[in-house]
Design a protein around this ligand. Structure first.
Ligand code: CAA
Length: 242
């Protein structure tokens, strides 16, 4: 059964690629938004039957134009997954303003840019599903990630406020906080630092992108209609918030 159009930002690699793949399997027409890697975007299209669209989620005007193009070519957007994210790790006393702004704009301002582009249509049609991919490091903070932790914590407040505004119009908004997941982002870390983090994970391994994609698919489903403004945590027990 066709379920409408889902946009997955950062949808051609890492966690996003697995979200794209699973939502296609679940019957969505998926628009996978990416910014840099054309080769990965081509692979994603071939592997998943999703369509890839190239624009910068940190750029407000690019998002309005990009979403308009997706709607023209694919139809009305019923679901949005704000998954695009970058790291520019470094301790604050050495962090450049460029590293701060790049992470805040790509990870947090992008949620405003993309939600602003789809929310009007979802409200008019009386249905929508928005899932924001935050992080364990937005819940607990992380040494060397003042920029990333701030952006990811910001996404949690954003999620709750938009959930309150949207519920009466049939639109649910939720967040997922993955822990350390095996992707290019964690592979790029210093191996000793990564090993020391894995030692803090009770299940003694990193998570897989598929384990996060399954949660997205559930939140998108009709069964999840009573879940709104929530944060679903999946980190192998690394951090247990009260
Ligand atoms: N807590 C307390 N002190 C720490 C520490 C920690 N977690 N980590 C390092 N330190 C101390 C070091 O022991 C060192 O102390 P001394 O100078 O007394 O020896 C000092 O801080 C400097 O440490 P580094 O040598 O590591 O500093 P650096 O500038 O070379 O590196 C860093 C800084 C790049 C941020 C490095 O610490 C790092 O990679 N940290 C991990 C960041 C991280 O977890 N990133 C996650 C990326 S994946 C992701 O973000 C996905 C997701 O959502 C989970």
């Amino acid at each position: 059964m066709k379920k409408g159009v889902a946009i997955v930002t950062g949808g051609t690699r890492g966690i996003g690629l697995e979200i794209t793949r699973l939502l296609v399997e679940e019957g969505y027409d998926v628009a996978a938004v990416y910014h840099g890697n054309d080769e990965a975007a081509k692979d994603c299209e071939q592997q998943t039957n999703a369509r890839a669209f190239k624009f910068d989620v940190a750029d407000f005007d690019a998002c309005q134009t990009g979403v308009a193009t997706i709607e023209e070519e694919m139809g009305a957007v019923t679901a949005l997954v704000n998954n695009a994210g970058i790291t520019r790790d470094g301790v604050l006393h050495k962090m450049t303003a460029e590293s701060w702004h790049a992470v805040i704009e790509t990870n947090l301002t992008s949620c405003f840019n993309m939600c602003r582009a789809v929310i009007g249509g979802m409200r008019e049609r009386g249905f929508g599903r928005i899932v924001n991919i935050s992080s364990i490091n937005g819940q607990k903070g992380q040494f060397g990630q003042t920029n990333y932790s701030a952006a990811k914590a910001g996404m949690l407040g954003f999620t709750k406020a938009l959930a309150l505004e949207s519920a009466a119009k049939g639109v649910t908004v939720n967040a997922i906080c993955p822990g350390y997941i095996a992707t290019d982002m964690t592979t790029a870390m210093n191996q000793d630092v990564l090993d020391s983090i894995i030692r803090q994970i009770p299940v003694a391994r990193m998570g897989t992108p598929q384990e996060i994609a399954q949660i997205v698919a559930f939140l998108m489903s009709e069964k999840a209609g009573f879940i709104n403004g929530s944060t679903i945590t999946a980190n192998g027990g690394q951090f247990m918030a009260a």
